[in-house]
Design a protein around this ligand. Structure first.
Ligand code: ADP
Ligand code: MG
Length: 407
């Protein structure tokens, strides 16, 4: 499922309206009937809409579906990609799209640039690409889900990830700065750093310090009400920072070298609250993951036991409401109900092993072969001819109600 931006520049503003209309219609129609698309798009003259529908179908942004009762269209991941990209470029968040740097089983990661040339990461969530992340019991259920619900769940994943990153970044946790989200995508700060899994040769004198720092992150998160839930060597980027002086106080700095290994935490859709019913289990699993990795990779075992969940959350009850980050994430619009819906899919991963889809590096699944040659930079800058697409405004209150709230 490659992000193919070839058609991005050639869509007319009518095409964009029709695409956005299919998206809006999907809110309560699995298959959006053509008359509804016409109505929402609000374009005069039916033939124009048909022309747009046909060109959008041709480039794969919408797909024709024959329903038992009627024919209609549904949005594809490609269509959702375009709508999100368009939103980001309209709000001047994204200017150009560069290389793909990561292919997770459930996300694609691209380097992008802002209009000022700042490098950023665009993460496109792709839930439903595979379902190995979920426990067996969910699999059959997952397989039978329609594309529309996958798009919806991918949106939830992005929205949650953005909400979590926002509070963590504000509170000074080492996470990428979240810049924007739209639909199933998050734009965030780019770190020129590799996941711990890919880092060769952590100097032996730095291993203990790095371990302690990672455990400290797990504990500090829990003290504020959050558990990452997938805290492992793939989701920790290691930034090498050089220092002019050697007096750094960070745990992993040592006097005989002035390089500090700074861990940066990423990947938050499965983050949970410490008041979740299985919180202790997820906390322990995050801890165990790091312990196991350090034992296997660095032959390092800490003298200390723990950290333990009960110690980490001891002070939580005393926190003021506004200091509870789990409460804040929930209040940010990512409701408990949405959390529960998403949790069915992204939370119950099987611990360890390749079962969760993490193979050796660059394990890109079925579409990994042709990712490599994707190197050209694609300019998705604002159209010079002024044809900036806008989402259709629905004036008819009855229709607006029928298609649900706009977002
Ligand atoms: P997934 O949910 O697919 O695991 P991640 O958020 O973990 O997605 O990102 C996948 C990979 O992309 C990471 O292992 C890392 O190599 C790269 N990556 C993700 N975010 C960033 C970032 N902000 N800066 C640099 N690299 C990143
Ligand atoms: Mg990850």
């Amino acid at each position: 499922m490659k992000l193919n931006t070839a058609a991005l520049r050639y869509l007319t503003s009518e095409d964009w309206r029709v695409l956005a209309a299919v998206e809006q219609g999907s809110k309560n129609h699995e298959v959006v009937p053509t008359p509804l698309i016409t109505q929402i798009a609000g374009l005069r003259g039916g033939s124009g809409v048909h022309k747009c529908i046909s060109s959008l179908t041709k480039v794969g942004l919408i797909a024709k579906v024959k329903n038992a009762k009627y024919d209609g269209y549904r949005l594809t991941y490609g269509g959702l990609d375009y709508l999100a990209l368009n939103t980001h470029r309209r709000s001047s968040i994204l200017y150009s799209l560069g290389n793909q740097i990561g292919v997770g089983k459930e996300s694609d990661i691209y380097i992008t640039a802002s209009s000022t040339g700042r490098q950023q990461v665009l993460k496109l969530h792709r839930l439903g690409r595979i379902s190995f992340r979920s426990v067996k019991a969910n699999r059959d259920y997952l397989r039978n889900r329609s594309t529309g619900s996958w798009l919806y769940l991918s949106r939830l994943a992005a929205q949650k990830e953005f909400a979590v990153m926002k509070v963590l970044w504000r509170e000074g946790f080492a996470v990428p700065e979240p810049i924007a989200w739209s639909r199933h995508t998050v734009v965030m700060e780019f770190f020129d750093a590799f996941p711990l899994r890919m880092v060769e040769g952590v100097p032996v004198e730095k291993v203990g310090g790095l371990y302690a720092e990672l455990m400290d992150v797990i504990v500090r998160l829990a003290q504020r009400g959050l558990i990452h839930g997938d805290f492992n060597e793939f989701n920790i980027l290691i930034k090498e920072e050089e220092h002019a002086s050697t007096t750094s106080e960070t745990a992993s700095a040592t006097p005989n070298t002035n390089i500090t290994l700074r861990p940066i935490l990423i990947d938050f859709p499965q983050t949970i609250s410490t008041s979740h019913a299985n919180a202790a289990m997820y906390f322990d699993r995050d801890v165990a993951c790091i312990k196991r990795y350090f034992e296997r990779r660095f032959k390092y075992t800490s003298d200390e036991e723990g950290p333990f969940f009960r110690d980490a959350v001891k002070g939580y009850e005393k926190l003021a409401r506004e200091e509870r980050l789990d409460v804040e994430v929930e209040a940010s619009g990512f409701s408990r109900k949405m959390g529960r819906e998403l949790e069915r899919f992204v939370e119950p991963k099987l611990p360890g092993g390749d079962e969760d889809g993490r193979g050796e590096e660059g394990d890109g699944g079925e579409d990994s072969e042709d990712e490599e040659d994707e190197v050209e930079e694609v300019d998705i800058g604002l159209r010079e001819d002024g044809e900036q697409a806008e989402d259709p405004q629905v004036d008819d209150p009855k229709l607006a109600e029928e298609i649900g709230g706009l977002s």
